[in-house]
Design a protein around this ligand. Structure first.
Ligand SMILES: [Zn+2]
Length: 250
């Protein structure tokens, strides 16, 4: 197959789980296109295939990310894989994306990479132009990201406007650290059903966030779907945290 689209800027690919493994070679064929700015990839669920094979092979995801990392001018990357299709991939698979230093928007939906503070910090240290960081998944695995990651975002991604990530806010990190220049931007944050300390006053969490992002706006990205977990007790607390931050900045 020959591609004559030298000036191609935006590509959207919708693909079932089976042919997903062919996408990296398709991307390699596109490589002569240095103009690519945005790539969206959707891999919806296929009930029959899902039951028989269950998961996207991790090597497929690894190959896909490796292939994507060759598009050095990419500004926007969005990958959405039907929940349950990608089984706990290695977060090291994300490392090639550090080559995409022009990224302004990165969004992964349905894949639990097992992110940690160290992994996120490593990635965003290369993404100084980043405005949007969304890693959304619905697995039951406890998040290994802490509230302290906000400090890294403030340091490495001064243009950040939109953050969606699962983290563990049951512990509020010590504020005994070097000075962080508080962002003056109104950053939208959505922590979904992230665990948060329930016993003490959620004001501690609010104050920690407001100290770094005084104009943080905590709101659900999908207002019609306030909580995806049955019996979740965290979302109401996050709402309180958002209201408290608004009060603090008033
Ligand atoms: Zn919830």
């Amino acid at each position: 197959m020959e591609f004559g689209f030298r000036n191609l800027q935006n590509v959207t690919i919708g693909v079932n789980r089976g042919p997903l493994s062919l996408v990296p070679s398709y991307l390699h064929m596109l490589l002569q296109t240095t103009s690519l700015r945005s790539l969206h990839l959707y891999c919806p669920g296929d009930e029959i295939i899902q039951r028989r094979f269950e998961h996207v092979d991790n090597s497929v995801l690894k190959g896909l990310i490796e292939a994507l990392s060759a598009f050095r001018y990419l500004q926007e990357l969005a990958i959405s894989i039907s929940p349950g299709h990608a089984k706990n991939p290695d977060n090291a698979h994300l490392d090639p994306l550090m080559r995409l230093t022009r990224l302004e928007s990165v969004s992964f939906t349905g894949v639990d990479f097992g992110l940690t503070d160290a992994v996120i910090q490593r990635l965003i240290s290369a993404w100084g132009k980043l405005k949007k960081f969304h890693f959304v998944h619905y697995s039951d695995r406890a998040p290994s990201v802490s509230l302290a990651i906000l400090r890294s975002f403030a340091v490495y991604t001064p243009k950040l406007e939109d953050l969606r990530v699962n983290l563990d806010a049951t512990c509020v990190p010590s504020r005994d650290y070097g000075s962080v220049t508080a962002s003056v931007l109104p950053v939208h944050m959505d922590f979904d059903c992230s665990p948060i300390q329930m016993l003490s006053d959620p004001r501690q969490v609010a104050e920690y966030i407001a100290n770094i992002y005084p104009h943080a706006i905590l709101q659900k990205t999908h207002t019609n779907d306030p909580c995806f977990k049955a019996g979740c007790t965290y979302c109401d607390t996050w709402k309180q945290v958002g209201e408290t931050i608004a009060t603090l900045s008033a």
